[in-house]
Design a protein around this ligand. Structure first.
Ligand code: ASP
Ligand code: MG
Length: 452
């Protein structure tokens, strides 16, 4: 068994859904559970529906719900162009039914003039319910045995309606019972990402972008061999291709490495969004619906000692560097305790920190916070604030003796860009380097060229 999760762009319209059908049928022997997001942009539109309803703006509610109805009818008509008439009719009728239900719900909000998180979650659930209905019909049109299972009967959650957490044990039980036998018998199963229900059967959602988390939960529940996240990029790149044209996709990367890249600005799948997969060490493959031949990138739990130096490099721009040169070295700990106390009081996290006896550098996101910290500690240290770009290079051997050589090479290529520091980062799976903000892109390209 595998999970194949398709994001919003992958099911944006009838043509995209056709690709999804073909891709899944090409993997049918792996017994896939298909998890779909709402069609691209639909969740945003549903938020607009809820907002307009709350404002009692009936005209906007009417327009929005009508355009959602039309959009889904059109996607179905396109996908089912050559399907048998009864299937086309039945699918259209189901879309009409869900659209009418959405409209009634929104009108209820208009009347009540309140939109609780519970009502909002109910409204948001229609995106995934509509998209999966159409995709499932697509499999039937292709002559496949396919069951559409309502995620609200599989995914038990708490009652935090817009950010619900799953009860993994109960969800596992339900999935084993409802999904596994179907998959084992060769039936395709389609369900929704993002939605679930609490113990009283009230609809919940697991937060924006929660489709990936749903896929990870279903994958962990079924103990699948692989979770595939199908999106509109061909995997994780060696760096952002918009900044370095010679960037390329990486065949394999570890969860830890990809987490570091995400933290330092890369727009990659963050391991936090697929926690249950990481916890159960289930490999996750990121693939491109619009380039289905491409193998994508496999995210794996264990270290991969397969490259020599750097595997990938990310850049976080507009980082505020706050440097302290302490006047009295023997008070360092007390001084730092004060600084960290202030950070806690200001409610801010340092992105990274680097220190030696007299010098300490904090990387912060917030310029105002940096300024107030600087004011507070000027009495005890010479304080300097500058704007920097922070590069984060990950790779299997950046730690230890080999790592020293990697750091040295990086320091050498970054020297022309007036690197402010080049250092190992915590946990030693990455190297951080800071350069003046305006040199960031060039420095990134130079560091990226070190990847063999
Ligand atoms: N449809 C939801 C959203 O747009 C969940 C997802 O697509 O991951 O936030
Ligand atoms: Mg997403």
């Amino acid at each position: 068994m595998i999970v194949m999760k398709f994001g919003g762009t992958s099911v944006a319209d009838g043509a995209a859904m056709r690709r999804v059908i073909d891709i899944v049928l090409g993997h049918a022997d792996l017994k896939p559970l298909v998890v779909c997001s709402a069609c691209a942009g639909v969740t945003n539109k549903l938020i607009e529906v809820a907002d307009a309803a709350l404002q009692a703006d009936e005209a906007t509610v009417g327009q929005l719900t009508e355009s959602l109805r039309a959009r889904h009818l059109e996607a179905a008509a396109e996908l089912l162009l050559n399907a048998a008439e009864p299937l086309r009719r039945e699918t259209a009728a189901q879309i009409e039914e869900l659209s009418a239900e959405l409209k009634r719900l929104a009108e209820g909000v208009v009347l009540l003039r309140e939109c609780t998180p519970r009502s909002r979650a109910a409204i948001l659930s229609f995106g995934e319910r509509l998209s999966t209905l159409i995709v499932a019909a697509g499999f039937r049109a292709a002559g496949r045995d396919c069951r559409l299972l309502d995620a609200r009967e599989l995914m038990l959650t708490d009652s935090v309606y817009l950010n619900a957490a799953a009860d993994l044990a109960e969800t596992r039980k339900r999935c084993k019972k409802a999904i596994q036998p179907l998959l084992e018998s060769g039936c395709l199963v389609v369900t929704q990402g993002f939605i679930g229900a609490d113990a009283r059967n009230v609809t919940t959602t697991n937060g924006r972008g929660g489709g990936d988390l749903s896929a990870a939960i279903f994958g962990a529940a079924l103990g699948v061999a692989e979770i595939q996240i199908w999106t509109d990029v061909s995997g994780v790149y060696t760096t952002d291709p918009r900044l370095a044209p010679n960037a390329r996709t990486i065949a394999r990367i570890t969860f830890d490495e990809v987490g570091e890249l995400a933290y330092f600005g890369a727009r990659v799948l963050h391991p936090d969004t697929i926690r249950p997969a990481v916890a159960d060490a289930i490999p996750v493959r990121v693939r491109n619906t619009f380039d289905a031949e491409h193998e994508g990138t496999l995210l794996v739990p264990d270290a991969l000692p397969d490259v020599d130096g750097i595997r990938a490099v990310a850049i976080r721009k507009r980082v505020i560097l706050l440097s302290f040169a302490m006047r009295s070295a023997n008070r360092t700990s007390r001084f730092l305790a004060g600084v960290y106390n202030s950070l806690v009081n200001l409610g801010i996290e340092a992105l990274a920190a680097q220190g030696s006896e007299h010098h300490y550098v904090l990387c912060l996101e917030d310029a105002d916070a940096a300024a107030s910290l600087a004011r507070e500690f000027r009495e005890f240290a010479d304080v300097d604030i500058s704007e920097a770009a922070v590069l984060c290079a990950v790779g299997p051997r950046v730690a230890g003796a080999d790592g020293a050589a990697v750091v040295a090479r990086l320091a050498q290529v970054l020297q022309p860009f007036e690197a402010l520091f080049v250092q190992h980062h915590v946990g030693n799976i990455s190297i951080l380097a800071a350069v003046p903000a305006e040199r960031g892109d060039e420095a990134l390209r130079a560091a990226h060229d070190l990847i063999s």
